[in-house]
Design a protein around this ligand. Sequence first.
Ligand SMILES: [Fe+2]
Length: 529
Amino acid sequence: MLFNKQNIFSVALLSLFTLSQSNLKANTSHYTLSYRDDPATTITVGWSGDDGIVYYGTTDYGTNYNSYQLNHSTDRILTHKGQNRKFSRLTGLSPNTLYYFVIHDVNGNTSQRFKFHTLSDNPNDPISFISGGDSRDGFSLLGIYIEDCPSGDCRERRKDGNTIVSKIRPDFIAFNGDFVQNQITSDIFQEWNNWLEDWQLTISSDGKMYPLVLTQGNHEDNSDMYNLFDIPQDEYYSLNIHNGLFRLYSLSSEVGACDNTQLNWLTNDLQNYTNTPLEPYWKIAQHHNPTYAMALYGLNQDQMDCWTDKFETYGIDLVLESHSHTTKWSWPCISNANNDAFEVDQINGIVYLGEGQWGAPHRSLDYTGTDQKSWIRDQAVFDNFFFIRASKDTIQIENVSFENISSIATINDDILGSFLPNGTTTWNPSNGNTIYITQQNVGINNTTNSISNIYPNPSKSTVQLDFSKIMINNTLEVYNSLGKLCMKEEINNVSSHELNIESLCNGVNYILIKDINGNIESHKIIKTK
Ligand SMILES: [Fe+2]
């Protein structure tokens, strides 16, 4: 080949093109999924890098983005802690359905093909999820490590846990705070960059991704999770899992247990879903700080005073805690008469799991031998998270140790409520390797139904409610899918009512109709833009 001027120009142009293509190749990264609305019909796709469009659908077209049936652009773009985050909120999804998606960015690059599974709208369907927290590294002063993990590299242990997630294929992950050091680090950008990079290890080899339900820890700044994962801005909320299988309360111990706004919201939500036709089979709460920590922190009197009483009154079954970097599971227990400790109550008690060891520096247990707390079933110190499978009559809890990753069997099912794969190493303490919480009172009251028609639904401005009887002294309350009260009206002596929903949040909302006898019924409405 003769290198005349024209050929040299062509080669230079080709090299430039190739170089620019390779530079453009990784223009999106740090992919995440999260919930900020109904987990059966919505999901938020997050990523770092360039703006783009999510192409998605129920048929797998690989990276042929144009073939997907649906697409949605970004709803939020921001920079936080040095991360250029993009969020695309997908709505109108079918429950219990596998979706495939790619992100096609403004430079014409397409991500790998991912997939996710929407949660169910049927409480008869089981679900399996992971609960864990505390994935931060140790820290040093003047080059000397003040606290560290035994292996000397906490980040590697975090990555081990993430890799195990990719093999277990949970339906979602309840991550309970303290992602990174944050306030005590010299390089917050690098820490979050590492965390999001490591999170990519949770993606299975077939591209399956798992949504996060997040709680704020003391190492997060306010709005960190709102800005990095697009969770609700309040950072405390409830989720209706499988339309009545369980209600998941994600609480902020950073806002504080006795904070009036959070406590009033929690109390009201618990009241709506206790001894009413809306009552789920189970209620589960997660918050970062333990009410009674087995290392370093001891009793949190605020939580004992303001939360424990509510949990016991309104029938919370299971509490997920973190923060102290140890591992415990309790017997079913209730607060004692002095409200300064727990005592075992096999009938009415709540099981507490904790306390955050997703790779974080290890600590020593404060109460061992004859000093071990009476309500603690087993306790230890090792890297782990909990695997929880809930069906309408049983919650089954195991604890996965970050060991023997290569021996975990590869599974590829996309079924909600899977069991742990063979070869997973689980904790096997003296009182057994599995906790079962069984339902003593299975059976949900029939929902009263006074509504004969709701239309139009979806709607962007007004919804007409037609009743099958004259409604006397009823209250209409409208909540978004995260349990936030958006609207309240009184109705009396009417057989129909027009509801103006222009001020509601977009997405799934629930109208609760309450009569003076305490009966409640609920109807789903969807507010469109
Ligand atoms: Fe913490």
